[in-house]
Design a protein around this ligand. Structure first.
Ligand SMILES: Cc1cc2nc3c(=O)[nH]c(=O)nc-3n(C[C@H](O)[C@H](O)[C@H](O)COP(=O)(O)OP(=O)(O)OC[C@H]3O[C@@H](n4cnc5c(N)ncnc54)[C@H](O)[C@@H]3O)c2cc1C
Length: 551
């Protein structure tokens, strides 16, 4: 072990922002400035934070207290003082507040997700970001003054939540049965089954989907409300029935919430609620993508350090060709997903102030968000699982952190809309908003820009034409098109990632050219041409050596 290691994490003490060489390359390529606050965060999350989170995960679960000493129902979630402190530290970075005030852009928030990555604790941040965004974007002046100000406070900022899912459905939001009634100018929310309510018991208020009466059928009947956890007189505004017993994301409590005459504040126009709800979901989907990437990076980094010290058959296991190839493939896929997700985040950053009926840029951000959410979630499932295998038998033990990465990764394809839902919603933006046009146009522009330098450019252009044709064929198939939508979701993603990786290569410095070429070619062969990767690429140490050199 080297001097930076502790007994649990081989990458202990690493600056997960600055020392992440491929991330820095991608950020530079995207014209994003180096942010020293993220570097400080990068160091924090690889030291004290790592140890504390590992402890919370195993021994410090949040728990629900129902009653106070006076016998009054409080439904308060208790967390350890250490857990509270970590949250205070994370919020002190302004990863919510500064984005709303405009002191930082959205990339600052999303990159913090990559760096923090723990999907439990970052879920608390995500839900708070969504709540602040919704209050800021859809709240009237009174709501903004009374509640948004609490979320922007530097002293004990409020935390948020989003209660969309109900017992009868999470994917099918139109099946929501929670009702909202306007009585003497005040909205009252009633519904017994907000069935997955993360951060409930910690949150000071939540964004809640409900149907104003008289109800309109389906998703168009939904409106969004801000529901504070407590009323001004201190009375609890909703009940928490119980907390779920989860296999991962332990640091965030996930409850079942019952609303009975809970006071709510309407956000935006009632008839545009579903559009607002989807808009708010973009944040958690992109956060999910960045957290999934961050978890994958940490798991891969840990596994690579382990592979450089564990021996079998007389050499470090990293020397074995099979393992070498696995690492190179995972590295290429991870970099491809990262560069695409940065483009999705940039598109969201450009359109975050749009309102209904929304601009072309917003729909471009939507299609990229669906692609990125799906791609990164599936990748993190795969990389974290295989990282466990690289640790051999000890990868399967709860004593070491590698298993936690996987437990935290496997929720990422489920929440914020499963992979099927991402495919369906992506297709909806294509059919209704022609979101594919800008994506295909962007890919063509990139490829045309580097066509003279990259041998496979014509193949990338012809693949773009094929996908355009495929989208037209699907449009003529009616509901049967659904059978093929996950392929389309993957294929559009791989094509864009591949074009971006080649473009990164063309724009990289002389020193980085070899490395970026190898990554782009491996990605292309794996995900576009599906051929065999030549030995020349597999023999190269360049794409991976930074993980050791930065130590
Ligand atoms: C740890 C955790 C925390 C969560 N926190 C929150 C939270 O804070 N707030 C919140 O609102 N929700 C939360 N959720 C809920 C989550 O968003 C939903 O579980 C998810 O969206 C799926 O909904 P569901 O569980 O009702 O599954 P269902 O909607 O019943 O889906 C079941 C299966 O059917 C598939 N399916 C459904 N419809 C279709 C279709 N038309 N075509 C193809 N396949 C389909 C789905 O892909 C899925 O595989 C959380 C979930 C988890 C696991």
């Amino acid at each position: 072990m080297n001097e930076k290691s502790n007994s649990l994490f081989l990458s202990f003490g690493t600056d997960y922002y600055t020392e992440d060489f491929p991330l820095q390359q991608i950020l530079k390529y995207s014209g994003l400035r180096y942010n020293s606050k993220l570097s400080k965060l990068g160091k924090y999350v690889s030291t004290e934070f790592l140890e504390a989170l590992d402890f919370i995960d195993h021994y410090g679960k949040p728990y629900l207290e129902y009653w106070n000493t006076l016998g009054e129902r409080i439904d308060h979630v208790r967390i350890s003082p250490e857990h509270r402190r970590i949250l205070d530290v994370l919020f002190s970075y302004g990863i919510v507040r500064n984005v709303i005030t405009g002191d930082e852009d959205w990339l600052y928030h999303f990159l913090s997700g990559y760096i923090i990555s723990d999907s439990g604790i970052f879920c608390t941040v995500t839900l708070t970001m969504q709540t602040a965004y919704a209050l800021n974007k859809f709240g009237d002046n009174i709501v903004r003054e009374k509640y948004l100000s609490r979320y922007l406070s530097e002293e004990k900022p409020w935390m948020g939540a989003t209660f969309y899912t109900e017992l009868q459905g999470g994917s099918d939001l139109g099946s929501n049965t929670t009702k909202a009634e306007l009585v003497d100018g005040e909205w009252f929310i009633n519904g017994p089954d907000k069935y997955f309510a993360s951060n409930a018991g910690l949150a000071d208020g939540a964004i809640v989907t409900a149907k104003p009466v008289p109800e309109k059928p389906g998703a168009k009947g939904i409106s969004i409300f801000f529901v504070p956890a407590y009323l001004d007189n201190g009375v609890h505004n909703y009940r928490i029935r119980r907390l779920k017993n989860k296999i991962g994301t332990v640091a965030v409590p996930t409850g079942e919430v019952e609303m009975e005459d809970s006071v709510g504040f309407l956000l935006g126009k009632p008839a545009e609620g579903i559009y607002g709800a989807m808009d708010i979901l973009m944040i958690s989907r992109l956060d999910n993508a960045f957290a999934a990437l961050g978890i994958s990076r940490k798991a891969l980094w840990e596994a690579f350090l382990y592979a450089n010290s564990r021996k079998s058959f007389g050499s470090n296991i990293i020397e074995h060709p099979l393992l070498r190839r696995d690492f190179l493939e995972m590295e290429a896929d991870l970099e491809g997903s990262t560069i695409l997700s940065v483009k999705a985040a940039e598109a969201f950053n450009r359109s975050a102030n749009d309102h209904f009926p929304y601009s072309e840029e917003y729909h471009y951000a939507r299609i990229l968000t669906h692609i990125s959410k799906n791609m990164t979630a599936n990748l993190s499932d795969r990389i974290t699982r295989y990282s466990m295998e690289i640790f051999g038998g000890i990868g399967f033990l709860e004593e070491f952190p590698i298993a936690k990465f996987h437990r935290d990764a496997i929720v990422t394809p489920i929440w914020e809309g499963t992979s099927n839902i991402q495919a369906l919603e992506m297709y909806e933006t294509i059919v209704k908003k022609k979101s594919d046009r800008k994506l295909l146009e962007t890919i063509r522009k990139l490829v045309n820009g580097f066509s003279k330098e990259i041998g496979v450019s014509m193949k990338l252009l012809s693949r773009t034409d094929d996908l355009e044709k495929r989208i037209k064929e699907l449009a003529a198939m009616g509901d049967d098109a659904q059978y093929y939508l996950k392929n389309l979701l993957d294929e559009l993603g791989h094509l864009f990632s591949s074009a971006l990786l080649f473009d990164l290569h063309v724009h990289s410095t002389e020193e980085d050219r070899e490395r970026t070429r190898i990554i782009a070619e491996i990605y292309y062969i794996r995900n576009i041409s599906h051929g065999e990767i030549p030995v020349e690429l597999l023999n190269s140490a360049k794409p991976l050596e930074w993980m050791i050199n930065s130590r």
